[in-house]
Ligand binder design. Sequence first.
Ligand SMILES: C[S@@+](CC[C@H](N)C(=O)[O-])C[C@H]1O[C@@H](n2cnc3c(N)ncnc32)[C@H](O)[C@@H]1O
Length: 247
Amino acid sequence: MLWHTYRVLSRKNAPAQRPHGPSLSRLGRHLRYDTLTTMQLQPTQSEILLTEDPRRLPSFADVFHGERPVEIEIGCGKGKFLIARALEEIDINFLGIDVVWKWMKFGVARSKKRELSNIRFIKADARELIRFGLASESVSVFHIYFPDPWPKRRHRKRRLITGEFMALLHSRLVPNGLIELATDYEDYYLQMKRAVVQSGVNWSRVDESANHRLFDGMRKTNYELKYESAGRTLHYVELEKQNGESP
Ligand SMILES: C[S@@+](CC[C@H](N)C(=O)[O-])C[C@H]1O[C@@H](n2cnc3c(N)ncnc32)[C@H](O)[C@@H]1O
């Protein structure tokens, strides 16, 4: 399978310019890797899925065992929520994406320890990965919980949730697919609602809630638990794609 031959590139041995696409640095500094070795990924190690170029992400059929619905968590951190779901929902495949390896490695280690076969992690900038690496209508749920709020005005342009990003996610969702959003930051919540409108997409359903998780109320993320116990107001938004709508 393709992922057997995936290589973990070091910055030292990464090519400066790729023959069929932009350089690694143009794709974003977050696509650099923390290891200095070249590694063959074995099936038992396949929770770690690393690629030097999001355009070459293999198909889900090559990555996972079996054709099943795929749920993706963007900014999964240590993967607490995704691992809990993977343990319970054995007929669903899960992919965790985070730009920072420091926390995600704990999720990888836990998944290996529990010998989960339906979860993978990838270290990448989700914007690049989703634009260049994911096929249209391939994902059943995108989970985005407590994305970095970038509270300073001059940093707000760094926020993940924009109308453009919502439209991109919509194109990758299967009909009736879902986007799940959560934030404790009021201003970001308002931006999320604007982004839904700015996406220019006719969502079949947009639900909102305060302090009540709309999707899988049994499981929570690390930040969710932390903010909940601090007594903060948690805003949740759930979007559903229309049935049969083309991207
Ligand atoms: C505040 S933490 C929330 C972590 C987790 N979702 C939770 O609720 O516990 C935000 C996470 O998003 C990740 N992140 C930020 N920008 C990202 C991007 N462009 N692509 C992937 N992950 C990103 C960060 O590295 C961080 O782990």
